[in-house]
Design a protein around this ligand. Structure first.
Ligand code: AMP
Length: 186
């Protein structure tokens, strides 16, 4: 299986680009944030354990994330041919998470590293709207939906992610610069 990581601070466009790359190159888009938000919605034990950390803009503990992602990758590889490809969006975010990939014998073929200035990120996330069921995102100014407040495809309401409020965005950026950006060297 080919594995490509898409990395960068929150709000830089990982999800947007991963969705496009996935469609153009027929790669599965595996987003830890989307997977976690789905657990939170379904109120699974994992979702209940992750909810508060996510709301605070902190990282969910490594052991929880590692177990979830290794399971997802194993399932993906068992359901797809050996030459299938996956794009990991939002994982790994710490050295221990990266180490877990290595320990599991999972080779990373390429890394796409995106970056943007903090002020731009705060502006983008402040106006971001999400369609929870599909993960589709919009921006009130840069990429508005056809009808204000509703998803173009389903007509369902759009919401602001609770962790996209400015204080939490600052916390997420700090966590990124401290714990995830150093992975570039690793
Ligand atoms: P994202 O959608 O990638 O911005 O992720 C949203 C939130 O989910 C993050 O702020 C973290 O609380 C949590 N999260 C997502 N991926 C990870 C990860 N690899 N390690 C720890 N926490 C994560």
């Amino acid at each position: 299986m080919m594995i490509v990581l898409i990395m960068g601070p929150p709000g830089v466009g990982k999800g947007t680009q991963a969705q496009k790359i996935g469609e153009n190159f027929n790669m599965a888009h595996l987003s830890t944030g989307d997977l976690l938000r789905d657990h939170v919605r379904r109120e699974t034990p994992l979702g209940l354990a992750a909810k508060e950390k996510m709301a605070a803009g902190a990282l969910v503990p490594d052991d929880v994330i590692i177990e979830m992602m290794l399971q997802v990758l194993e399932q993906h590889s068992s359901e797809n041919s050996a030459n299938s490809a996956a794009l990991l969006d939002g994982f790994p975010r710490t050295r221990d998470q990266a180490g877990a990939l290595v320990n599991a014998g999972i080779n990373v073929n390429a890394v796409i590293d995106l970056d943007a200035a903090d002020e731009l990120i705060i502006e983008r996330l402040g106006g971001r709207l999400v369609h929870p069921a599909s993960g589709r995102t919009y921006h009130t100014i840069f990429s508005p939906p056809k009808t204000a407040g509703v998803d173009d495809v389903s007509g369902e309401p759009l919401v602001q992610r609770p962790d996209d409020r400015p204080d939490t965005v600052r916390a997420r950026l700090a966590v990124y610069r401290e714990q995830t950006a150093p992975l570039e060297d690793y």
